[in-house]
Design a binder for this molecule. Structure first.
Ligand code: PEP
Ligand code: MN
Length: 341
């Protein structure tokens, strides 16, 4: 349920409404808006007996929220959420491109990638320190050493950094070192990891599992929001279908559908969906046209020597071409590709 406060409600009156919600054994989530505050209510298993709330002086109206996802839904918060990472705003009018290697393989490789993507106009750097690999024998990432390299790349380029946390054990180390913590596709339904990330004070980039439905995806985001983390970015990265020419199938129709039902920013990762570098540019264009708020692109200084995801990684020259193409396309759909301030 959503408790909409009158636009002249005082902080005391908002707190009184929150206390009344708590007294019912429920959890209040104040959502400040431009003109008034609303309070999302979660924790009920059935309908709420709201008589105690309806009588409070500064309460304007009580609106039932019909969807199973509450805090992520536009029924609770109609205005777009803009996630701010330094001067980067994801979910605003500009399209943000995040780029870098699949894995941090060493300082030289990561710094070369970081400088190249910055030159081409990326606003954030990606790079995996802890890698969730299908094979236990595959390169698993450099771990803590990679976090130090990412910190150096950030210091040299000024680009905020996103990197994945694969478990709760090392989550806090990743969160301390980076600007945005990625929760990978395979962990979309790792509920202890989601709860942990929800309590962290770091924005989270949540990827859709390759078999995750839209509802399961939003319920995963709901774990993050229900624990207090409102800075959540959703990422479509391809689902499992019967394609025999690409690694996954990029489900672009989820972009406008998510934008319709959630206020959270939605970005697209064409690299993992394609699995082939020649498909990345056309899919990136299509993602921007479909309304994505950003893109996550794998770029490696020497893609053919990459320790993970080389076939889908762009060279710096291909990435620069992609950025040029997107700058041409974006205005046609009334967006701009963000450039460094
Ligand atoms: C990645 O971003 O390198 C990654 C492992 O992605 P996903 O979780 O989408 O497979
Ligand atoms: Mn990868």
């Amino acid at each position: 349920m959503l408790v909409v406060m009158k636009n002249d409600a005082t902080p005391d009156e908002i707190e009184r409404a929150c206390s009344a919600i708590r007294a019912l054994g429920l959890v209040p989530h104040p959502i400040p808006g431009d003109t008034r505050t609303a309070i999302g209510v979660t924790g009920n298993r059935g309908a709420i007996d709201a008589t105690a709330l309806a009588g409070l002086p500064a309460v304007l109206e009580l609106i039932p929220v019909t969807k199973p996802y509450k805090l992520t839904s536009r029924e609770m918060k109609s205005a777009d959420t803009v996630v701010r990472i330094g001067s980067v705003e994801i979910g605003g009018p500009e399209v943000i491109v995040i780029a870098g290697p699949c894995s941090v393989e060493g300082a030289e490789q990561t710094l070369a990638a970081a400088h190249a993507v910055k030159r081409a106009g990326a606003r954030m750097l990606r790079g995996g320190a802890f890698k969730p690999r299908t094979s236990p024998y595959a390169f698993q990432g450099l771990g803590g050493a990679a976090l130090d390299i990412l910190a150096r790349a950030r210091a040299e380029t000024g680009l905020p950094v996103v990197s994945e946390a694969v478990d709760t054990d090392r989550f806090d180390d990743v969160a301390a070192a980076v600007d945005v913590v990625q929760i990978g596709a395979r962990n979309m339904q790792n509920y202890s990891l989601l709860r942990h990330a929800g309590r962290a004070r770091r924005p989270v980039l949540l990827k859709r599992w390759m078999s995750g439905t839209l509802e399961e995806f939003l319920m995963a985001a709901e774990y993050l929001l229900s624990e207090g983390n409102r800075d959540v970015i959703l990422c479509e990265r391809g689902i499992r279908a019967f394609s025999d020419y690409s690694r996954y199938t990029l489900d672009l129709s989820i972009v406008p559908e998510l934008k319709r039902i959630t206020h959270l920013p939605v970005i697209v990762d064409p690299s993992h969906a394609a699995g082939r570098r020649d498909l990345v540019l056309p899919l990136a264009r299509a993602a921007v046209a479909a309304g994505a708020d950003g893109l996550l692109i794998e770029v490696h200084p020497e893609p053919d020597r990459a320790l993970s995801d080389g076939p889908q990684s762009l060279s710096p020259a291909m990435f620069a071409e992609l950025m040029d193409e997107l700058r041409v396309l974006a205005p046609a759909v009334r967006r701009e590709i963000a450039t460094a301030a």
